[in-house]
Design a protein around this ligand. Structure first.
Ligand SMILES: Cc1cc2nc3c(=O)[nH]c(=O)nc-3n(C[C@H](O)[C@H](O)[C@H](O)COP(=O)(O)OP(=O)(O)OC[C@H]3O[C@@H](n4cnc5c(N)ncnc54)[C@H](O)[C@@H]3O)c2cc1C
Length: 420
């Protein structure tokens, strides 16, 4: 992977005498061309650059770190995971021209991104519960598909060495008497920053600083399923999915599947069940889970049921949660949110990761454009992010209602027909 470091000299986690990461050391006299970002008035009088702590190294937080680095601004990402390969990232993502790709352009990574696109992966098929084909297209709509893990790797590899501190699980963020912020980690350690960005997803520990909102269960639980070496080992299931994505919908539920770069199929069985449904199923017993899921698809075609019946490896429950569409907060000095922490939404419009990346890019650009005043940058970022994410969240909610309607997939087929 390409590494195009604009900053970073390897001493990025030197602790200063006050127990803070030594950002001032990093940007002073290092001869690395780094440009200082000044904080508010108090920060500027200290003469050092604003220290930026990004809590969460998902696609949103990493995009922010990368765009800041492109502009010569240093930041540290703190992630709870033990390392970059700690868990499988799962699934394909369609990266939208107007959001995800725009963010990658700002990050200077659009060309590298084109190299990891799955050719033909944006083809879409829609079927009803009998497996009847109701829509098929070859994609080409400016939303190419990439493997989420590869995209994250691309961003990780683009950061200055040492930009990320792994195994750093934030448990709270506090305001200090000097107006700065202190991130408290689960192991008891702390870091202090002028700006804390909550990029820590659905259950953000930064969000309580700006908002009392918490995610609500959306009434749908996904069960994630993998079928490996699909063409050779699961030909009927592979054929029903096609080259890209499948939406098989009906009776208020669905089987959503897509082909992965390694030739496997990744399936989401979308079930309208109570939030505690998964707790009543023994997910350590694969056959028991398959039976519990297949019970929801009685009467569906055998080829579609094969997407569950032929599962390889464990099946994983994923209850869907969302923040209220249009979630926003009054400006709070020295802290903001991006991505799911700010606007968790259902995945039915494929907007969450795209908006998280665009948030990261726009926030990075705003901080670069207003180096002397973090608050002006944050106000500008939030002023544009709030309406954009509200629209995306409303579209995602509509997409879920349409896909899980009793007459589905009629609405989806009509939507594709109108778009053609
Ligand atoms: C089943 C499913 C399918 C989806 N499909 C799509 C799709 O096709 N297209 C699309 O655009 N979106 C999709 N989404 C939505 C997308 O996954 C999210 O919107 C996106 O991942 C949000 O990125 P993020 O960086 O804000 O948060 P996350 O990806 O959740 O990353 C948060 C990061 O913060 C870290 N973290 C969490 N808590 C802490 C803590 N306390 N301290 C330190 N670190 C912490 C985590 O380890 C993680 O690395 C889907 C979602 C689901 C559930």
């Amino acid at each position: 992977m390409t590494t195009t470091n604009s900053v970073g000299n390897g001493n990025e986690y030197t602790r200063a005498g006050d127990g803070m990461p030594g950002n001032a050391d990093r940007n002073t006299g290092a001869g690395d061309g780094a440009v200082r970002v000044l904080g508010g008035g108090a920060r500027r009088s200290r003469g050092g650059p604003a220290e930026i702590a990004i809590v969460g190294g998902g696609l949103g937080g990493l995009t922010l770190a990368r765009v800041l680095a492109v502009h010569g601004i240093t930041a540290t990402v703190y992630d709870q995971e033990s390392g970059p390969g700690a868990r499988s990232q799962g699934g394909m993502l369609d990266i939208h021209e107007e959001s995800g790709q725009r963010a990658l352009r700002a990050a200077g990574l659009l060309q590298e991104f084109q190299r990891i696109v799955l050719p033909g992966g944006d083809a879409t098929i829609v079927r009803d519960r009998h497996g009847t084909l109701l829509h098929a297209d070859d994609g080409g709509n400016g939303r190419p598909e990439v493997d989420r893990g590869q995209l994250r790797e691309l961003l990780l590899d683009s950061l200055p060495p040492g930009s990320i501190r792994w195994g750093a699980k934030a448990s709270a963020v506090r305001e200090r008497s000097d107006g700065r912020r202190e991130v408290v980690f689960a192991d008891g350690s702390t870091v202090t920053a002028d700006l804390v960005v909550g990029a820590d997803g659905a259950w953000s520990k930064v969000r309580p600083l700006v908002s009392a909102a918490t995610p609500d269960y959306l009434g749908v639980t996904f069960v994630e399923i993998d079928l490996v070496e699909a063409d050779a080992r699961h030909p009927a299931a592979a054929a029903v999915v096609g080259r890209g994505s499948l939406f098989a919908l009906g009776d208020g539920k669905g089987l959503l599947a897509h082909r992965e770069t390694d030739g496997s199929l990744h399936v989401y069985a979308a079930l309208p069940v109570p939030v505690d449904w998964a707790g009543g199923v023994d997910f350590t017993d694969r056959v028991a889970v398959q039976d519990a899921v297949l019970a929801h698809f009685a009467g569906w075609s055998d080829d579609l049921r094969a997407l569950v019946a032929e599962a390889d490896g464990p099946l994983l429950p994923r209850p869907l949660y969302g923040l209220p569409a249009g979630h926003r907060w009054p400006r709070v000095p020295g802290v903001t949110l991006l991505g799911d922490a700010a606007h968790l939404m259902s995945p039915f419009a494929g907007e969450g990761a795209n908006n998280a990346m665009l948030d990261g890019a726009e926030l990075g650009e705003a901080l670069a454009a207003h180096r002397g005043d973090v608050e002006v940058a944050l106000a500008g970022y939030e002023g544009s992010m709030f309406p954009r994410s509200a629209e995306a969240a409303a579209g995602s909610a509509q997409g879920m209602t349409m896909c899980l309607a009793s007459d589905a997939p009629a609405g989806l087929v009509a939507m594709f027909g109108e778009a053609a």
